[in-house]
Structure formats: C-alpha cells, structure tokens
Design a protein around this ligand. Sequence first.
Ligand SMILES: [Mg+2]
Length: 417
Amino acid sequence: MIALVDCDSFYASCERIFRPDLAHKPVVVLSNNDGCVIARSKEAKALDINMGVPWFKVKKRYLAKGGVVFSSNFALYGDISRRVMAVLKMMSPRTEIYSIDEAFLELSGISKHIGCEKMGITIKSTINKWTKIPVRIGIGPTKTLAKVASYQIKKYDLPSRVLVLNDKHSIEKALKETPIIKVWGVGSRLAKKLVVENVETAWDLSRLPPEYIKQKFSVVLERTLRELNGEQCLEIEDIQPTKKQIMVSRSFAHKVNDLSMLHAIINDFVARAAEKLRSEQQKCSSVSVFIRNSYFRKEEYECGFNNFILPYPSDDTRDFLKVVNKMLPLMYKSNVQYSKAGVMLSSFSNSSTVQDVVFPELHQKCNSALMKTMDKLNYYGYPVYLASQNAGRFNPIQRKMVSPKYTTNWNDLPLVR
Ligand SMILES: [Mg+2]
C-alpha cells in the first residue's frame, strides 16, 4: 500500500505555526512582489478568494472581512517542509518527496502489523504534534489511487483526514466521484479530449481497454488507467534525481534602468544559485544570464540573453560572478526599462568526481572551505556577501507583509513572554 501525505494549505499553515491567534482566521499568502494569491486557508477559500487572483482585486473585500495576508516567506516554508519530510522519513523506509508539501510513502511492511488506517492516523498526528502542520493522507494500492483518496478527503472535508481505498467497493465509489480532470497526470487539455470520448470520471477511464488508450492517447495515460485498476506501474522513487539546472530569476517591483543596480541585483541571483549548486554537491560549467523588459508595455519587447562555458567545472561564486559581469554590459541597453532578470547554471558534474585542472595558475582556485563557511554563516542568519553583491542596498522584490524567518534566523526567533 502507498500513502500520499499532502499538507493542507501549506504556506498558510506555515504562517500559523508561530501565530496561534490566526488559528481560525482567513489567511492568504501572496506571490513575489505581492502580486497574486498563491495559498489560502480554508477560511479564506470560504470567502471566495480564488487561487491565483491578483491581490489588488480582492484586497479591499478580503481585509474588510478580517482576513490576514502575508508576503511569501520561502525561507520559512522550505525549512518547515524539510522538517515535515524528515518526520515522514522516520516513519517509512521508502519515501518520495514529490513537492514542497507532498510525499509518497511505502506502507506495505509496516501496515501489515497495525493496519493502514491506524498507520495513517499515527503519521498524521505525529506530523501535527512535531511540526504543527495539518496533513491529509490518502492511502491506496497505487500512487494514482492514493491521489484519488487524497482528493476524496479534500472534497468531503473528512474530519479524520485519512482515507484508505483498499476494497473493490470503496475504490469503485471513489472513482465514480472523481472527475477526470482531478485524476493525477490528467491536465486540462487532456481532460477536454477525454470528455469528448465520454470519459467524464476516473471510473469511465478505468473501464476502457488499456490498449485502446495507449494507441489513441499515450503510454502515460495507459499507465494511469492501469493504476486506477490497482495495478502498480509507478514506483516510489526514493532516490531523488539530481538536478540538471538551477535557475534563479525574479520580476522586479519597479523597473530598473541603471546598469550598476542591475549588476548588484544579478550578482545576488548568482550567489543564490551558486549556494543551491553547492548544497546539491554539484559543480557546473555553463552560466547563462538574461534581462528583459515587460511583455505588457507599449515599448518594444527587449530580451538580452548570454551564455558562457567555463573552462573547468566550478562551484565558486566568484568564478560565476566574473563571467556574468563580463556578459551583462554586452546585453544591456541604456534605453530599456528592465523588469525581470535571471541566472541559470547548467552542465553539472558531481563535486567529488571532477577532474583537476592542468593549468591551475590560469584561474582562481576554487576555495571550497571559504564557500562552505559563507554558506554556513548565511544559513545561520549571519549574512556575509561578496562585495559586488546587492546585499540589501536595492530592493528589487517587494514583500511588504513578510513574516519573520522564525526557524532559520537567530534574530527572528519567536519570543515567549
Ligand atoms: Mg497541499
């Protein structure tokens, strides 16, 4: 049996951990630059605040009803996610972290002894007790059925937050109640095509011959169909595939035209990307950078892009800064109002297997100890920067209502009086 553990309104739930006063209040979290609503508590959903709606459109109405709003605080959400996943890893020998707030767990060995339902309830209450994050747990013989179970809990707002689909009758009932678009792996375009074929529910799909679906659609949908019928086609992937690229990009709250300001802001992105690279134990040899103006302006669309291949794989921020600072002036146009920029690192190789260089005097030696020390200081909330970084001088991204970094910065530790 497989369990899908999904955190309820994850970002909003994270904001509540250290704010018990918000327990039953509507809470929403906004995207970068406080643009759109990207997470809603149950109470906010009840106020008809839709996912993705621009904040300015609902602000007045929402605040008038006593709603609480936060800018996104990804330092907090990332750290809480890490804690939730650590608990899950303790509770099952095989876990697959599927997204920031979802994971699949193998239950087979454990649940034989205490039963799936009881196991689910134990996982739920442990997560809740240790991290204060509410979760729902769908359990079924396949990943796709675990997802169906999770959808059922959400749809009927089941108070136990745990649902096991393990017999023919309960599976059939759940499939009949699941619209095709809610089936895992079926996107809106595919759903439209299926509805034309009179496939309106998960049950309808499960009744079709697999060969027909494979021919008419794809082998992926055939696998979904088989999974709906209880045949395991998708394994738990407990070894995370290594990343192929790392991208750090942001839209600016205000247009930027000044080259030195752009330099400083982009150097921050480079530092962040390099930090992520080192946390994955990778080195990279390809560095790309882009700057562009807004799609939605009257002036002509301008996008500058450049790529540089390093002569050797590196994870030293200074190596990347050097090439980015060479590329940027070549792309920059003084008459353009830039509204977004980004940095991408790719062509990775594992840190431990990188070949040494033949002519070390030709380039700055990677200083791993220095970089590691910087990463540690930054992690524990004693920020250190390279001199060319922005380091808070300009504020390209607007987050006016951000909560403290309760769990990742000593200065933000919650006080109990
Ligand atoms: Mg969720």
